[in-house]
Design a protein around this ligand. Structure first.
Ligand code: HEM
Length: 448
């Protein structure tokens, strides 16, 4: 299978550039990592510009408040149990049925697993954040118009464009609603309609609280803790959580399926581990379910955990980050940063640097994450930057591992994926790492 997703080691080299418009730094230097989030480097709302007041775009007290609230919501065990239950249902009722359909097709039909992963994650994340499943991935007719997912993508691509062209250009386009700014504006309208409607329904549900029906979704939990939040703010919270979870999880899921399909040795080790864990665990009875490992036993899947880490090292779903200096500073590398200077740093490059990861830095090698004793090696976040480092580190990391391990172990145990001959996997320029022409695979049932 051909791939152009592999960069040369040269792309990991440091670079410093004065971009058109405002001065800008681009770095992947390891020396910089210890300095990634000093007090002087702040979020830059103007160019992140989702035009929301959500956690990604704010600093100070507002950020602190949102971080505390989201920390407690995302770590709530009831929510996590609810997520696992609904995920399992969705896999059984939709994902597995669709894959079964492809398996039974005599012509060996191709399936774009990236598309499937995107719709599948979007439905799930809406269920967890808003409390309802929009049903984009459906068995009959395979999928309906994925308008909301497309709207998220249009906005993300538009924001990348804002990083590339001088500020004046996109501001001009925005003013006259042309080019990529027109797409952002139209997509924002689509999402506004969807999200405001969800907020309205949620508020009505809360007013006529049905004691019989438990609502575990994140928006309900937010409203229980802070029932005075205005609609616009709730819309922003929902937008943030959906974009934080949907893109990152679907990107990791599809990239991992691709890596496993192209590394049969890794596939064999993942399956071997699942089998071993099932043999010693008594909680799931073999043969009774297509879901083999229950939540409490996911910790036993060390090799799979390492394979996910390795996927995220080589292919961070958010491949670069952006900060703005609020004061002049000197970086550990000796480079001067002026007040107002924008800094881009590449997690994609940092995950592939020979001086950090060794000579085999470009190889997909889950073993590098496992100690001689068979445990996961702790790698400091300054070295492994995929979830960022410092006070703004990702709040969904533990949850992501739980969900990914459950999904990947269940999917791989039941199905075998092979790449469609000649399909080239190549990246698309966006805030989220994804494959330009999708992930064309053939799927077959495993003979268990
Ligand atoms: C593989 C999965 C994931 C990866 C690689 C990832 C990565 C990241 C990164 C790089 C940031 C920093 C963004 C920035 O400051 O610009 C971040 C922040 C955040 N992530 Fe994740 N994320 C993942 C999954 C999730 C999930 C599932 C959730 C929850 C639904 C989540 C919630 C958040 C939140 C709330 C923040 C903001 C933290 C703050 O600013 O204080 N993430 N994530």
């Amino acid at each position: 299978m051909a791939t152009s997703l592999e960069p040369s080691k040269k792309t990991a080299a440091r670079s410093c550039s004065k971009a058109r418009g405002s001065p800008r730094w681009t770095s992947s230097s390891p020396a910089m990592r210890s300095h990634q989030r000093p007090p002087h480097l702040q979020q830059e709302p103007c160019s992140r510009s989702w035009e929301t007041a959500s956690i990604f775009n704010v600093d100070g007290e507002s950020w602190k408040f949102q971080r505390q609230m989201l920390h407690s919501i995302l770590n709530n065990e009831e929510l996590q149990n609810h997520m696992m239950t609904t995920l399992k249902l969705k896999m059984e009722s939709t994902l597995f049925r669709i894959l079964d359909d492809y398996c039974s097709s005599r012509t060996g039909a191709e399936v774009d697993m990236q598309d499937v992963a995107k719709m599948f994650m979007f439905d799930n994340i809406c269920l967890w954040v808003l409390g309802f499943d929009p049903g984009y991935l459906c068995v009959d007719g395979r999928s309906k118009n994925f308008s909301c997912g497309k709207a998220f993508e249009e906005i993300e691509e538009g924001i990348i464009y804002r990083h590339i062209v001088p500020k004046g250009v996109w501001e001009f386009q925005k003013r006259f609603e042309i080019g990529s700014e027109k797409k952002i504006s139209l997509s924002t309208k689509v999402l506004d309609e969807f999200l405001y409607n969800a907020v309205k329904i949620k508020k009505q549900e809360m007013m006529h609280k049905d004691e019989q029906r438990q609502h575990h979704d994140m928006l309900t939990q937010w409203l229980v803790a802070d029932h005075q939040s205005p609609d616009k703010f709730l819309r922003d919270i929902a937008f943030t959580l959906i974009s934080a979870g949907r893109d990152t999880l679907s990107s990791t899921l599809s990239l991992l399926l691709w890596l496993v399909a192209t590394h049969p040795d890794v596939e064999g080790k993942i399956l071997g581990e699942i089998e071993r864990v099932m043999a010693v665990m008594t909680r799931t009875v073999r043969g009774t379910s297509r879901f083999l490992i229950c939540k409490d036993d996911l910790n036993e899947l060390v090799y799979l955990h390492a394979a996910i880490y390795e996927t995220l090292r080589l292919y961070p779903p958010l491949p670069f980050e952006h900060r703005c200096a609020t004061e002049a500073d000197v970086l550990p590398s000796g480079h001067k940063v002026h007040k107002g200077m924008r800094m881009l740093f590449s997690m994609y490059s940092m995950g592939r640097m020979e001086e950090t990861w060794g000579k085999d830095c470009m190889d997909f090698k889950p073993e590098r994450w496992i100690s001689d004793e068979g445990n996961i090696i702790h790698v400091p976040s300054q070295k492994f930057m995929t979830f960022l480092t410092g006070p703004r580190t990702c709040l969904g990391k533990a949850m992501s591992f739980m969900l990914l391990k459950f999904m990947v172990s269940s999917i791989l145990w039941n199905y075998k994926f092979e790449m469609v001959e000649g399909h080239v996997v190549k990246p698309t320029p966006s805030m989220v790492l994804s494959m330009k022409d999708g992930l064309k695979m053939r799927v077959s049932k495993r003979n268990l």
